[in-house]
Design a protein around this ligand. Structure first.
Ligand code: ZN
Ligand code: FE
Length: 255
């Protein structure tokens, strides 16, 4: 394990992370929802910000880019395909590229759907992925700029990571997601058990992020269009997975 991850909340329901490679003396922040909490976290840790790794252009992910760059002179990494909307971008990365962060390797996935230029960073050697607003605990991002087909392709790409990958998703939406998940797959015992655990954690104010890919594959309805119970609930038994996904996403929008 070459990198250390420090998680803290920003805004009303975002999470933000400092990613530290001690041996190489580099520290990144994954997205910049809010400047003050990021500076405070850096000061608490005694770390100097060297990089910003952006997942997408939304204000709660890139809104602090310029102020942080001005203070720290850090390098901003973002999607080549969305460079025009990533404030202060220095390094443009593409699908399949490996971005060298200190001694660590961050593989880049282009995962359009939530936005057309969304990317995820997979630190393969550390078994960690930063997925922005693509996968949430028991949920997935809203389709603001992409189609259900694109989002399903993106989710399938992320599902190709090892099952024990730790997934850092950018919002604490889990309890609301859990209510929806239970409504579409009530016959999934692992989901039922997980929802009870989520209620306990949230009652104590404990984050439900990060999660793991294995846990999401077992309980997240957006990764489970092959579930017979889910197909029944949404009235699409035997339909192509992308259609089941699309209908599940539509239902969530109106839940
Ligand atoms: Zn977003
Ligand atoms: Fe967001």
């Amino acid at each position: 394990m070459a990198i250390e991850v420090h998680q803290f909340p920003c805004l009303s329901d975002n999470y933000c992370w400092l990613v530290r490679d001690e041996a190489a003396d580099v520290t990144a922040v994954v997205d910049t929802p809010e400047v003050e909490p990021i500076n405070r976290a850096l000061e608490e840790k005694g770390w100097r910000l060297t990089h910003i790794l952006n997942t997408h252009h939304h204000f709660d992910h890139a809104g602090g880019n310029e102020a942080l760059k001005e203070r720290w002179g850090c390098t901003i990494v973002g999607a080549d395909m969305d460079a025009a909307r990533i404030p202060g971008i220095d390094v443009r990365v593409k699908e399949g590229e490996v971005y060298k962060f200190g001694k660590s390797n961050a593989r880049v996935f282009e995962v359009p759907g939530h936005t057309s230029g969304h990317i995820a960073y997979h630190f393969e050697d550390d078994g960690i992925a930063f997925v922005g607003d693509t996968i949430f605990a028991l949920g997935c991002g809203r389709l603001f700029e992409g189609t259900a087909e694109q989002m399903w392709d993106s989710l399938e790409k992320l599902m190709g990571m090892p099952d024990d990958t730790t997934i850092y998703c950018a919002h604490e939406y889990t309890q609301a997601n859990a209510a929806f998940a239970l409504s579409v797959e009530p016959g999934n015992p692992e989901l039922v058990e997980r929802c009870a655990e989520i209620d306990r954690l949230r009652a104590d104010g404990v984050p439900t992020v990060p999660t793991t890919l294995a846990r999401e594959k077992a309980t997240n309805p957006f990764l489970r269009p092959s579930s017979a119970n889910l197909q029944e609930t949404v009235g699409l038994v035997g339909a192509p997975l992308v259609e089941v996904f699309a209908e599940t996403r539509r239902r969530k929008d109106n839940f």
